[in-house]
Design a binder for this molecule. Structure first.
Ligand SMILES: Cc1cc2nc3c(=O)[nH]c(=O)nc-3n(C[C@H](O)[C@H](O)[C@H](O)COP(=O)(O)OP(=O)(O)OC[C@H]3O[C@@H](n4cnc5c(N)ncnc54)[C@H](O)[C@@H]3O)c2cc1C
Length: 511
């Protein structure tokens, strides 16, 4: 087999790194969602980007190329990292014997080079050793750099810094033609932008250079509650307009508690005590509101401003219109704050409700329609739903997103992330939650809400065309350029292999 680059592999080397034992195949056949099952022919364990290039060369040299799905932590919900009848690349094996060499810091230039297989929690600990930290975090850190950069990577710092994809200087990518390319906004920029948020369609990311800032030591972690959606959304939008770190929060998210969540849901959470949850339930009762909203903010601080941070928080709270007396504040370390869902995971695991089906639906809803969405979904479709899991609701500024990236966003200058992060814990839950999700999507379609799915899942190519809208033609062109045989990340279901055949290989050969 002919290979490009310095390393010469044989098909035998590659095949010997493909595991076909029952346990490997079973693990790679499903994901965090536990809804879709797709059995691969094998699981490839690369130790370097060149191994991945060699696997892809092996595939495309066949008369019938096999599909190849990079799998980070497999924490997708709808089979996005699966490869029915193909080969799953266990990206985590890249970092297994590295003794840390795949996380390399440049403290003076404020960036870190990380292997795409690294977990964000490990990136956090490595950068903190130098007093530095990435600027934007997902809520959960036991997922990989490549997995979140394939989607966007959103969290409470996104209002200021954009998604994780907006905080990358350059990338190493192995394309669907087995070429190893370093790309950046100035070099192979089409690959750079399309791979970010690219759902694994254009190449396998193997390294990302990520922007850093100085890490705070401590965090005031705050929740303030609302019984009416107008005050909640106008305060949230006020808060995300305060982007200079001078006077506002450093992190802003929010949640919705539906009626039955307060009366029948868990009696304590990792943030709220039982008596605080009682208070929230009483607020709903007193105001007659079927939903309670809360904004979650974080204010970072260090030794040098520890004495003034409480005053700064008070000044900010004085500007807001939450329910009087409904302020809850915790003073925690930066790591405790960022790893809060890791602690929640431990609790859910011990309760046996972590490895259950997760029919999650994430949407970006334009600011101009958020009140309609609230009325139709939270106070309509989901009003009396059984409480299982979490509903996130928080806004972001669109100008922090680069439209050249693949992630689809609504048109408004501000849009809300809505996460229906619900778990099926009892018989019948899965079917019911899936029905509710379908009703929410129908509502958005019928009312022309202009939503985009985040961590998207569409059953047909037509659905994907509508999802990407004006971006579709560019995405299809770049797919033909970088993965003309459509072998990469087939679990996304965007480009069926057959749709990509015919004349396209010639385009890519000129790369
Ligand atoms: C508990 C929990 C909390 C979450 N919270 C957030 C959150 O706050 N914000 C947020 O944005 N997301 C969040 N997510 C979603 C998460 O970011 C995505 O599901 C992400 O894809 C998971 O990463 P992973 O490493 O498990 O990716 P996988 O599920 O393994 O892969 C996801 C997709 O990316 C592709 N892929 C994986 N690695 C690479 C690579 N190196 N190069 C190219 N393609 C690749 C795969 O083929 C697949 O198509 C959360 C998920 C969970 C389970």
């Amino acid at each position: 087999m002919m290979m490009k680059g310095d390393d010469i592999f044989t098909a035998v080397d590659i095949v010997s790194a493909i595991h076909t034992d029952h346990d490997s195949i079973t693990r790679a056949s499903t994901d965090f969602g536990h809804i879709v099952e797709a059995i691969p022919n094998g699981v490839f364990h690369p130790t370097s980007p060149a191994d991945i290039a060699a696997l892809i060369w092996l595939s495309i040299s066949q008369s019938k190329p096999f599909t190849v799905a990079p799998r980070g932590q497999g924490h997708s919900s709808s089979g996005q990292a699966l490869a029915s009848g193909g080969i799953v690349i266990d990206m985590r094996s890249m970092g297994r014997h590295d003794h840390g060499y795949r996380v390399n810091m440049s403290p003076n230039e404020l960036w870190v080079d990380v292997g795409a297989e690294q977990l964000w929690i490990d990136v956090l600990h490595a950068t903190l050793k130098h007093g530095l930290t990435p600027r934007i975090w997902t809520d959960y850190l036991r997922i990989t750099v490549g997995g979140t950069l394939s989607n966007g990577g959103i969290g409470g710092q996104a209002f200021r810094y954009g998604p994780q994809t907006s905080n990358v200087h350059d990338l190493d990518v192995v394309t669907g033609m087995g070429k190893m390319i370093t790309c950046s906004p100035d070099k192979h920029s089409d690959l750079f932008f399309t791979a970010l948020g690219g759902l694994g369609q254009f190449g396998v990311m193997t390294r990302a250079r990520i922007a850093l800032e100085h890490a705070p030591k401590r965090v005031l972690w705050v929740r303030i509650a609302y019984s009416d959606v107008e005050s909640f959304t106008s305060d949230q939008e006020l808060l995300i307009s305060k982007r200079s770190s001078g006077s506002g929060f450093d992190y802003i998210e929010g949640q919705v508690q539906l009626n039955r969540t307060l009366t029948e849901g868990r009696r304590s959470s990792s943030f709220f005590s039982a008596s605080e949850l009682d208070q929230l339930a009483k607020l709903a009762l007193r105001t007659g509101s079927s939903t309670i909203y809360y904004t979650e903010g974080a204010m970072y601080y260090n030794d040098d401003n520890a004495s003034s941070v409480n005053q700064k928080l008070q000044r900010l709270l004085d500007e807001l219109s939450f329910a009087p007396g409904f302020t809850f504040v915790r003073d925690v370390s930066y790591v405790e704050f960022l790893d809060r869902v890791g602690r929640e995971e431990q609790k859910l695991r011990s309760a046996g409700v972590w490895d259950v089906p997760h029919p999650w639906l994430n949407l970006f809803v334009p600011r101009s329609r958020i009140l309609d969405f609230d009325a139709g979904v939270f106070k309509g479709i989901l009003k009396d739903t059984k409480p299982v899991g979490l509903i996130l609701l928080y806004p972001m500024n669109k100008d922090r997103w680069d439209d050249r990236m693949t992630t689809a966003t609504p048109d408004d200058d501000v849009f809300y992330a809505v996460g229906l992060l619900r778990s099926a814990v009892a018989a019948g839950d899965l079917e019911r939650l899936e029905r509710e999700n379908a009703a929410v999507l129908d509502f958005c379609d019928q009312e022309s809400v202009g939503c985009k799915q985040y961590l998207p899942h569409h059953a047909s190519q037509d659905g994907w065309r509508r999802h990407f809208g004006e971006k579709w033609d560019r995405i299809a062109t770049l797919k033909r350029k970088y993965d003309p045989l459509a072998i990469l990340s087939p679990g996304q279901g965007i480009f069926p292999a057959a749709a990509m055949t015919g004349g396209d290989k010639a385009d890519s050969d000129s790369l």
